[in-house]
Design a protein around this ligand. Sequence first.
Ligand code: COI
Length: 356
Amino acid sequence: MDIRLERIAESELKPKPDESKLGFGKFMSDYMFVMKYDESKGWNDPVIRKYEDFSLDPAAMVLHYGQAIFEGLKAYRGKDGRIFLFRPTDNLNRMNISAERMCMARIPTDVVLDAMKQLVEVDQEWVPRVNGSSLYIRPALIATEAGLGVRPAAEYLFFIITGPVGAYYSEGFNPTRIYVEDKYVRAVPGGVGHVKTAGNYAASIMAAVEAHKLGYTQVLWLDAIKRKNIEEVGTSNIFFVIGDDLITPELSGSILPGITRDSVIQLARDWGIRVTERTISIDEVLSANEDGSLKEVFGTGTAAVISPVGALHYKGETCTIGGGKTGELSQRLFDELQAIQYGFQEDPHNWVVKTT
Ligand code: COI
């Protein structure tokens, strides 16, 4: 499939933001990629064009029944100005797992990877240069068929937008304060917790708002049945260093199989650290904190990278983790991961993909 490029005039290019004040998700670059699907033609009309409004039928099924999935990955400006993507094919394959679960059209991953590289190339001036910043890439797929019957749509729109980002949390790489959520739940066995569908995030907002009001950065979700076993943080997976072990909840079907999670497991194993993916309860974590064996807690995610946790609040009590400071392993993982992502270090697992 040939990807068309509709160049925009120099005079229409947007001014770039101050790279020291990027935050997350506030700025969008000049171009986007768009491709349509319908049952008779399949995927068609792939085009890179000006970032602008879409027009949608008010009966578009995404607006009513939420057939919407997305991904998140980043492009990094490395040595000599070269630009790298981190594990893009893993994101696209995961998007197809989400598509299948939500009964949506699967995306052609080879075409989309090609489009993503071309999009980053045409918007390369938007890949920021400031230390720790990157170009966030947001592929998304929505049901556009007009109709109010509840069934899989026959028409879809796939698009990729991008924008320069800094740290996801206002804390930056400083430890976050996490509220262990025991009232609301995120996902149930057999549900959609393992896929990146918009509704999961919509359903999480109330808990996050309540936690923010109490002074916490994010919530830590527990399992929906026993309300005991740890699942994931709002926008990341979670890891615990207990004794010499690195522990993270297993992919039970209700947590997201994070690509940063997978990379952290791999790096830690490369370093000879014992990593266990298993059920871990909040009680186990709190008693390990009491007896001194809990050394570090950190979240992992594309947006959040490695985000150290300095405090956990559970049922009215707040406990400090690792003296409220960033732990040694969290720091090492952050440094190593970033060095690979920016192309400053050898990439033994071939995670990094050049855009040209
Ligand atoms: C990401 O880490 O890319 C995510 O998708 C989290 C996002 C919801 C901010």
